[in-house]
Design a protein around this ligand. Sequence first.
Ligand SMILES: [Zn+2]
Length: 392
Amino acid sequence: MFKFETLFRSDRSRARLGRVHTAHGVIETPAFIFCGTKANVKGITVDQLEAAGTQIILSNTYHLMLQPGSETIKSAGGLHKFTGWNKPMFTDSGGFQVFSLGYGGVASEIKGSGQRGKKRTLLKITDDGAIFRSYVDGQLITLTPERSMQVQMDLGADIIVAFDECTPYHTNKFYTATAMEKNQCWGKRCLNILKEYGNGSQALLGVIHGGVYEDLRYESAMAANNEAYDGFAIGGSLGKTRREMWEIVNMTSSWLDRSRYVHLLGIGGIEDIFHGVQCGIDTFDCVAPTRMARHGAAIVKRKELRGDNGRINLNNTAFRGDMDPVSSDCDCYTCKNFTRAYIHHLLKAKEILAGTLLSIHNIRTMNQLMEDIRNSLAADNIAAAIAEWCGE
Ligand SMILES: [Zn+2]
């Protein structure tokens, strides 16, 4: 039931317009996948998600296997029925959280920005999988490729990911190479499980590793090309700086089989998306748009910025008497009905509605960004969209 088709290829870069067909509908690509970590996008109903033009959301295998447990979700009829979201859905393999939480850091550690001194939950990594302690009830849990696939089959998302060890930035080349080879074996085991027990509706992505090392990235990409994955996810450490990340994404994507779908894991800055699209990335995911919203930040186009970090902070006193909408260009529920002054007030009064209204805006804005990118690609003029969003 899964099919990826390319509708248009740019002459100027590897950018492409595509269509991903799933059992729960079609995703027009390039597209953004919103994080519904624990089977919900925080503070947002599925109706609000849909009204903001959302095509696909992601849930985390790791969190759901700990709470409420994949058996509960399976008996509810799968994630779609459990959450009421009837459109395409994506689950990750659990590997990213097992290893990122386990190394004592958080997601940022994998991306290279350093330890944060959190308690280690990962106890042991073997050739078979990982043993870690549940943050919910302290239980010891073994996550193997087979277990990850079983959980992801219980959850029933349309696009799922092969179980992988996600190595952080500071690991050396030998360790990164060893983990990459192990991930290749784990990927094969995931493919076998899906072939044997799957219902034929789930697409499996192989994860491309190799950290910051060009030869390892090449080897990982080539090995994945030779497997029967429905698509690829570029994962692992993408370096310490934005430039380094762009270089790794550029070279890695250049080696992948162009007939298959490509996802970039955990990256969602506007400039990073423009760069990724030009490398041939089809989908992106990141917690930032909704996390930022809960902290009072609204994503806006270049002309509305008061600085150059891609967002305005509605906590700022400057917005206290500002009777304009968050963005004058935006057609979202929040911008059509409320002022910056109102949202500033809700934030100051610590009302949860502030996070909901800003999440609606940021979700709509990311969807608008991807629509603009798709429209600009159809005219093979992505520069026009870059000028509007980034001003470069
Ligand atoms: Zn808006």
